[in-house]
Design a protein around this ligand. Structure first.
Ligand code: H53
Length: 817
């Protein structure tokens, strides 16, 4: 915004100043007031960013009132509360969401414009809060929105970072460079968290011990207010920052050892200073384990303090608290609650264990072996000696000896390792996967011994969901308006009961409605085209079909299959005569996504995509028929621009590997059609929208194991299995996209081993894309498919998912304010 500075016309500001205490609209007055007081800036001397800050602070005033009322009501009624423990929250921007949920969009829009600013320009000043990597972190954010909208007494925990974003340049994410108006420091709410030291049993054979010595750090709370949509209910996301317990060691300082004196304070602050940028790989680093314990210990202490205020017997703990574990990352909280109940509350082992196993619930989000967390026993013994004792006790406690020996919490080997998923299962009341297929695989392949032992009823499914507030109304206001107009329902009715979208089916054959639907899609494509032009300086043809794949780079998600498909298409077009080319469906392919910094093959895939784009976009024979863009720095805000603009999107993981996927739901909700494998939530989407509205391809989950077996014992060259794919691989090897052999390691993952069975799926993938072309040629039919897809997405609202959890798992009820 600097170049436009100063913004706002002097006259409006002066008028605003003069009228500050008279009859200026309340919102305008509050914005102006924040400019002068909170920001301590001169009026009419602020840029868009200043206007953003002032508007944010003013909206925050509203939030605080509701948030206080909500928390007070929770205290007064002492309901059972649900806590969602997660190490990631991928929030994106807050201001526009808060305005929508508070119903203040129009007010702020007109107030800002009366001061000379446009709401749109102001909104984009905000940096995305990116406390997360991918689907798992974004899911937590959608559940925040839904829990508040459902008025559920819900508390949410974890982390504060000054993060490294894990993008290809691995530049630090500067989102906290400026003060973040959305989080309130709670310097009065602190807990001490211990690491290392000694654990001394009270006596031989007792379950209790005293843990002392080691390092103590302070956890300081930060609160983020989470407004529900169309309700005053405003829940709390509580984050923790680590601080040294004492400023620094005065003794060392006086002895002239300055470095030693700051050392302990540095290492304490380091605990929450970084978000591990890996998605789907567990990394085994001591600092990561420290983070996991730090966040869970602070959260547990906080939950315990709140419970103590109720003055109920400790035996009723589980009647007042349900704790949901978002993957294994916060699993240590199970052991921490045991420690508190045994060593501080002095309960017997059995009583403590009963409370724990009625309090916790565990969601598994992946069956990929590399993502299942294991911690070396020696590291655990060193960092958390008391917790390691308790884990051994869980394993061998009298009476349970038989029972747990089969359930192997500890993996043999050098070193021995603690299996966190197994620990989470034995310590939880219920375990769930995140889509039907995935939940079946959890039972059949991942945890069959546990299912045998506990019985099926402990294992369930809650299919993921997405919030329609952010992922339809906010990111696609034109479509939202058209839906409201067509359904003749208030927007706040269908946004809270997404099954109402089904009413669109009645209008499927109305040509006027079809035309308006198609026009909205086109407008969104133009918005994306403009964005790309501004960001990359490249022209995009908004009349072509838009084909989008945006997600973390990972071999199992098979971005490689997509780029090889693009090359296949390019070579085909290249071989046609100019006359033949006229029949081709024009297409623009978009990719976006980050790779973990140490993930070599994923980074190589990005490199291939970028270089293929350079070649084909510059080829005058083909560029009007096919172009390709890799949009850097994927984020929630970028997704909000890409998703409404897609005609098709790709969700093409090897069958059985993608637990659910949630972007598939976002695309379909915005009327984009899906190209996908029979995997994760794709299956349930097809069940809802009808199989003829989804372009499925590829082998099914039960085939995958067999195919891998054949690769190992009866390898057959790619040339024989898929000549088309071999041709593409050879084209890359030949150097037409440059690279001088640099892509060979990537190509060899397919030529040798091909763990993700690209070879077997390639031909049917290409056929599926041909079917897309054919369907797209009939634009009326296509629009009808698009409308029907949106209409049938009711199931995938995160409101439904949160209700499932509240009823089937936590047993919590909503509180009317
Ligand atoms: O969680 C999403 C799923 C998606 C799954 C993802 C996920 C992560 O983002 C990170 C770690 C992990 O184990 C799983 O891959 O399929 O939709 C939310 O459940």
């Amino acid at each position: 915004g600097q170049e436009k500075w100063p913004k706002g016309d002097e006259k409006s500001w002066k008028a605003a100043m003069r009228d500050l205490h008279t009859d200026l609209p309340e919102v305008t007055r509050s914005i102006v007031n924040h400019v002068q007081t909170s920001l301590a800036r001169a009026p009419y001397n602020i840029d868009d960013f200043g206007a953003y800050q002032a508007a944010a602070l003013s909206v925050r005033d509203n939030l605080i009132v509701n948030w206080n009322a909500t928390q007070l009501e929770y205290s007064r009624k002492s309901p059972k509360r649900a806590y969602y423990l997660s190490l990631e929250f991928l929030m994106g921007r807050t201001l526009s969401n808060a305005l929508l949920n508070l119903g203040l969009l129009d007010n702020y829009s007109s107030s800002l414009s009366s001061l000379g600013f446009s709401l749109e320009d102001v909104l984009v000043q905000e940096r995305d809060a990116a406390l997360g990597n991918g689907g798992l972190g974004r899911l937590a954010a959608c559940y925040l929105d839904s829990s508040a909208t459902q008025e559920l007494p819900y508390g949410i925990f974890q982390q504060l970072i000054k993060a490294d974003d894990g993008s290809q340049l691995e530049a630090p994410d500067p989102w906290l460079d400026h003060q973040n108006p959305w989080e309130l420091p709670r310097l009065d709410i602190t807990y001490e968290v211990r690491f290392y030291g000694n654990a001394q049993r009270w006596s031989e054979g007792t379950g209790r011990a005293t843990w002392s010595g080691g390092q103590e750090v302070l956890a300081v709370a930060y609160d983020v207010m989470i407004p529900g949509y169309g309700t005053k209910c405003t829940n709390n996301l509580r984050l923790w920052e680590s601080k040294p317990k004492r400023g620094f060691d005065l003794q060392s300082f006086n002895a002239g050892n300055y470095e030693r004196a700051v050392e302990s304070s540095n290492s304490a602050a380091a605990i929450t200073s970084v978000l591990y940028p890996n998605d789907h790989t567990s990394f085994g680093k001591e600092l990561r384990l420290k983070q996991q314990y730090f966040w869970t210990a602070a959260s547990l202490a906080d939950i315990m303090r709140r419970f103590k205020h109720l003055e109920k017997p400790i035996s009723e703990f589980a009647d007042y608290n349900a704790i949901q574990l978002n993957d294994t990352h916060p699993t240590l909280s199970i052991v921490e609650l045991m420690r508190i109940l045994l060593d501080e509350e002095e309960l017997t082992w059995d009583n403590a264990w009963t409370i724990v196993t009625n309090t916790f619930f565990f969601t598994n989000h992946t069956v990929l072996p590399e993502a299942l967390e294991k911690w070396p026993v020696p590291l655990m013994e060193h960092l958390l000696p008391r917790h390691m004792q308790i884990i051994f006790d869980i394993k061998k406690f009298p009476g349970d000896r038989e029972k747990f020996s089969r359930l192997s919490l500890i993996e043999e080997g050098f070193p021995k390792q603690v299996r966190m998923a197994n620990l989470a299962v034995v310590g939880s009341k219920k375990v769930n996967g995140v889509a039907e297929l995935h939940s079946d695989l959890v039972k059949k392949n991942l945890l069959p011994d546990f299912v045998d032992f506990y019985g099926k009823s402990k294992f369930g499914n809650v299919t993921n969901g997405i919030t329609p507030r952010r992922w339809l109304d906010q990111c696609n206001p034109s479509l939202s308006a058209l839906i409201t107009d067509t359904l003749k329902l208030d927007r706040n009715v269908w946004l809270k009961d997404l099954y109402k979208l089904e009413g669109l089916v009645a209008h499927l054959d109305d040509p006027q409605f079809q035309a308006r639907w198609a026009a909205v899609k086109h407008q969104n494509k133009e918005r994306l085209a403009l964005f790309v032009e501004r960001q990359l300086g490249l022209k995009v043809n908004a009349d072509a079909m838009f084909d989008v794949q945006i997600k973390r780079l990972h071999e199992y998600k098979r971005q490689t299959l997509n780029i090889l498909g693009v090359i296949h298409r390019y070579l085909l077009i290249k071989n046609k005569t100019p006359e033949e080319r006229k029949k081709i469906v024009k297409k623009v392919v978009f990719f976006a996504g980050k790779a973990a910094p140490g993930y070599y093959i994923a980074k190589l895939t990005i490199r291939l995509i970028v270089n293929v784009a350079r070649v084909i976009n510059a080829d005058p024979d083909t560029s009007q028929y096919l172009s390709l863009f890799f949009l850097p720095d994927y984020s929630v805000s970028l997704a909000e621009i890409l998703i409404p603009a897609s005609d098709i999107s790709q969700h093409i993981s090897t069958a059985g590997t993608e637990a659910s996927g949630t972007s598939n739901m976002k695309f379909c909700l915005n009327g984009g059609l899906l190209v996908g494998t029979v995997d994760g939530a794709n299956i349930e989407i097809a069940e809802e929208v009808g199989e003829d509205n989804v372009f499925f391809f590829g082998h099914l989950t039960p085939d995958v194991e067999d195919l891998r077996y054949q690769h190992t014992y009866h390898p057959v060259p790619v040339e024989q299995k898929s000549p088309a794919l071999a041709h593409v691989l050879n084209a890359v090897s030949s150097g037409i996209f440059g690279g001088d052999g640099v892509y060979e390691p990537l190509l060899n993952t397919i030529r040798q081993g091909d763990f993700y069975i690209l070879t077997e799926d390639f031909d049917s993938y290409i056929r599926a894309l041909e079917m897309v072309d054919e369907a797209y040629a009939d634009r009326t039919e296509w629009t009808k498919k698009s409308i029907r897809t949106t209409a049938k997405m009711g199931k995938f609202s995160s409101d439904r998912a949160i209700q499932d959890y509240a009823q089937e798992y936590w047993n919590v009820e909503s509180i009317k304010l």
